[in-house]
Design a protein around this ligand. Structure first.
Ligand SMILES: [Zn+2]
Length: 78
């Protein structure tokens, strides 16, 4: 009898997966971008909005970069 794992509502999310600036939940793209743009060895990450502020780029530019990395086969974006 195995139950499929489901995160209970209101359960705390792993803090490593929250934006260090605004505490928003992060997705794979945002984590990948942070590693590419800021620090490959980072363990805490920023969301795309905070990343944009930090790098002086726009969200669109960052998403374009993510798309480029993905096309190049970067493992961070799989
Ligand atoms: Zn943020």
């Amino acid at each position: 009898m195995e139950m499929p794992y489901r995160r209970p509502q209101g359960a705390p999310t792993n803090p490593a997966l929250l934006c260090t600036e605004c505490s928003r939940e992060l997705n794979v793209t945002e984590i990948g971008l942070h590693k590419k743009m800021i620090n490959r060895g980072a363990t805490r990450f920023m969301c795309i909005d905070c990343l944009a502020k930090h790098t002086g780029l726009t969200c669109e530019m960052l998403l374009e970069k993510a798309e480029q990395f993905r096309k190049m086969g970067c493992i961070l974006f799989k």
